[in-house]
Design a protein around this ligand. Sequence first.
Ligand code: AGP
Length: 613
Amino acid sequence: MCGIVGYIGYQNATTIILNGLKKLEYRGYDSAGLAVIQNGKIELRRDAGKLSNLSSMVDGNPIAGNIGIGHTRWATHGEPTSRNAHPHMGMTGDVVVVHNGIVENYLELRNELTSEGVNFNSDTDTETIVHLIERFMMSGCDFSDAVRQTLRMLKGAHGVVVMSRLCPERLIAARIGNAGGVVLGIGKDEMYIASDLPAILEHTRNIVFLESHQMAEVTREDISIQTLDGKPVQLKIETVSWDPISAEKGKYRHFMHKEIHEQVRSLTDTLAGRVDFDDCELRLPQLNLTKDLAQKINKIHITACGTAAYAGMVGKTLIEKIARIPTEVTIASEFRYQEPIVNKGDVLLAISQSGETADTLAAMEEGRKRGAILWSIVNVLGSQVMRISDGYLSMQTGPEIGVASTKAFTAPLVDLYMIAALLAKFRGQADKNEIDKWISDLRLIPDLAGRCLDRENEVRSIALEMESVTNALYLGRGINMPIAYEGALKLKEISYIHAEAYPAGEMKHGPIALIDNDMPVIALVPRDPWYDKMISQIEQVKARGGKVIALATEGDEEIQKLSDYVLWVPKTPWLLGPVINIIPLQLLAYHIAVYRGLDVDQPRNLAKSVTVE
Ligand code: AGP
């Protein structure tokens, strides 16, 4: 979703902003722009489409200055055209703004400003912000006060950076609610601002995270933060350790492909330091789970969106089976509207790669209001989800750039398994041998993931057969039902093939009518407790002329006879099966999209971090 980069210092802001925006491309966007102060005047360059269009525009008509702001926009109000791209300038040419979020009361504000004679140059909600700032400045407020007063008038959640040619020695950045983050990077005689760390990590590791309702005045040498009520806030500088190199593509053509292959490492890292295989102990200190707390938990509510929600569905089976704690999964965008029955002391467990998903954060806030203990499994360090949690597990995956989530799906599956086993242990839910076996099974996971990747060529040839299909049906049962959902989501996200997933037992209640020779059915039939039931479903599909691509355990000859193609997975303890079974489905979706010549890493209409409701 939208990305922000700002710079003030002694270098050329244009270059730093363009490079920073490039690092945020993965978030998804449909236009881009930047503004710098050059010879006392704000110079603006904006264009629809990819960042390369903006770069060519800047090459053809260069601008340079030591202070500037830039933006990649994912359209909400107004089409993705150059006139709607950020930054937005007011009528005087004195002030310019970039913005993430939605001004919920923009119509009201726009009508008010129009009636006062303001001309709007775009269809965006953002443009109201710059006109309001100008109005306050014209009525005598200084720059900071004008921004503060404006921000206080906005409804909704926002990340904003403002620049004025009348105050060329400072940028103002603010955050209200959860429209993505606002991070400030501290350099030597230079400062950086961004919506996300990757944009500035190559320049500095010393970071300040803005909290909601805080506004920062950023000069070359200094940062001062106040609340929107004008109360000073003490600066808290954090040092982050992500290696920006690990976010580069390396030998891979696409980030998604790289990230699928990184799973052996990310799964190893997920276990490292947390599982002691010698004495079968689990160490999850950041979760703040004590024996006393574990014994008091009556219910766990898992909430998340998209892929993370499918991980949560696997988590429900794991927690209920291993720890025997009732667990409910609710899609985060629904949670707060359901008057959820959350009792004081229940746990609300949020799962999020970005840690900035607006719906997930809103669900957490709802849980907090109702007295829940907030836990999270989250990837982006310092993100809002992590910061508001009472306890968290940080995914050990490193940055995930491909819009289609892969390694940030398998890591939380292992995290959920570890949480379930720790809960079982603290609650005395199973005997020591059983718990030790669960824990020791974890050691198999990285190697099993690697064995799936070794079979990539087989998956690629099945992808070639499926390249031109227009529909696909994914079937699964039990713990692998969410894997069918996730496999279908991967296919539709990056290949634009219509794909649906069903619990296989539901086939006869409707979807079986769809079966014919043109409907490939991807059936998940690993050796798990639902195996026999799945076999009979495959037979029903075959009896109606359907084409079956089975995902099955190596050596299963019966499946081979029944299916047209087989995606083989190594034999895996069934509670950990989902971690392994998704890998061939990720590869299948990836190779189909590549054969179709599509933009795998940045599929149309999608954003990596969904910071609007
Ligand atoms: C995954 O492939 C999707 N792009 C999407 O469903 C994603 O998982 C969802 O938007 C949640 O994001 P989060 O994990 O950053 O909260």
